[in-house]
Design a protein around this ligand. Sequence first.
Ligand code: NAD
Ligand code: DAU
Length: 331
Amino acid sequence: MRVLVTGGAGFIGANFVHQSVRERPDVRITVLDALTYAGDEASLAAVADKITFVRGDIADAELVDGLVADADLVVHFAAESHNDNSLSDPWPFVRTNVVGTFTLLEAVRKHGVRYHHISTDEVYGDLELDDPAKFTAETPYNPSSPYSSTKASSDLLVRAWARSFGIEATISNCSNNYGPFQHVEKFIPRQVTNVIDGVRPKLYGTGQNVRDWIHVEDHNTAVWAIIERGTIGQTYLIGADGEVDNKTVVETILELMGSEPDAYDLVSDRPGHDMRYAIDAARLRDELGWRPQYGSFRDGLAATIDWYRANEAWWRPRKDATEAKYATLGR
Ligand code: NAD
Ligand code: DAU
């Protein structure tokens, strides 16, 4: 099977490529990635001789048309992915997440290629801390940020292309991922690398916000389950019942790294900050028989800390510029 992976030099896409090369010898992978600030070819160094890498933009219709014509399956990870950046400069989010997805969908429609769309639980907005509800595929869309609204827009394009043009598409909406190769702008890598550098972690607001953490390996096994056994036209929510508040995450990181658990700073809050996400993954579990392999968030976090300690050469080049950007926001 010839698989075109967009955004394969980013965090989740690179882990998807590693897992696929390792576990699926029948798959031939081409990665299309623009290598924005968030992409890094070094994340694919260990599999470089087993894949084809194309540096390019998903909004480049001619390039995309040729690559899609040569594929049996497109797995679309490429996106502008960071909420804080979307608040500072929304345009790249509209361009890549909306126009880029549109460009892929047109090529998929023309060439009759199977398409899987990677999306986020943030399209559903947020939940109150004491709400017993979790997100399901029937939850109304209610995105809060430029990032999540452009992801919601891209999901709606996929649904329309499936209904009106009959493209063979599935969509997955996943909760917060953690694991190797995640950019140091994101919460967990930022705090882990801060502690390595002797800098106190930074908690937005009061730290009460809850995220539903899943290891990136589990996200990607779920994506393969949907590709292989999912119903065309269906939306699947991916989550591993990993709800933890941000304060607890920071305290656990500090404890696992041998520091005092209260050695962090509260900083100004993110505007429009979603309070809580929680995924009901019943359809994925019941219909497709998927189960997460990472049972304990604490163990997964410890392994992730070990990875950042062992791979400083990978993250160090981006650390100073990332912190300089946060400094301008007072966070
Ligand atoms: P990331 O920012 O780490 O990687 C994004 C990749 O896309 C980078 O390699 C970047 O170079 C590439 N890219 C950006 N614009 C491009 C363009 N115009 N053309 C080609 N390539 C481009 O993101 P991530 O965290 O790996 O997220 C991957 C996908 O998963 C996104 O669609 C995101 O919305 C979704 N998602 C992420 C999470 C999470 O917790 N990180 C959770 C659920 C869903
Ligand atoms: O829910 C899925 C989403 O998870 C994905 O769609 C996004 O691409 C991904 O970036 C992530 O979005 P969040 O905004 O939840 O992730 P982030 O890592 O930016 O922040 C996680 C939580 O931690 C959030 O409540 C904000 C908080 N935070 C973040 C940073 C960077 C802090 O308290 N301090 C920080 O320094």
